[in-house]
Design a protein around this ligand. Structure first.
Ligand code: HEC
Length: 126
């Protein structure tokens, strides 16, 4: 292998890495609050497969936020209500606890933004 080839390979590799870092910065990242309070069940990526989800499987299916078919039909107001008041007042499992006392409206909005960003197909704001 010539020196020139080596240099070409190394710089291509570097370019790919830089592009990877750059594009991942654009993907929505969950907030710290989401990671602490929600990810154990809903998963870091929002796919409903956090470490606690498996244990809860027999009693409740943790919501998969990437399921756009279901999630996109839910309004911001409905989802905000569940986050604030817990599942029970909306007819869902009490395992989805109320977080209204632990999260400010701004934090809930940020979390909702993350939840919306992971839906497939993509969520279109109504
Ligand atoms: C102990 C596990 C657990 C934790 C922690 C948890 N959830 Fe949930 N969540 C659930 C379960 C289970 C459901 C589904 C309830 C059902 O279908 O009856 C749910 C459902 C939801 C829904 C769907 C509501 C709808 O309209 O369908 C949203 C939104 C949600 N959770 C947000 C959050 C947020 C935000 C946090 C963190 C602040 C959080 N959850 C933390 C278990 C959890």
């Amino acid at each position: 292998m010539t020196r020139r080839n080596v240099r070409a390979i190394v710089s291509t590799g570097l370019a790919v890495i830089c592009l990877g870092v750059w594009t991942s910065a654009w993907a929505a990242a969950p907030s710290e609050k989401y990671k602490t309070l929600c990810a154990s069940c809903h998963g870091d990526s929002g796919n409903g497969q956090g470490p606690a989800a498996e244990a809860l499987k027999a009693v409740a299916k943790v919501r998969d936020f990437t399921d756009g078919k279901y999630m996109n039909a839910r309004t911001d107001a409905q989802l905000t209500k569940v986050i604030k008041e817990g599942g029970m007042t909306s007819g869902f499992s009490p395992l989805m606890a109320a977080f209204g006392s632990q999260l400010s409206d701004k934090e809930i909005k940020e979390i909702l933004g993350f939840i919306r960003s992971v839906a497939v197909p993509k969520y279109q704001k109504k």
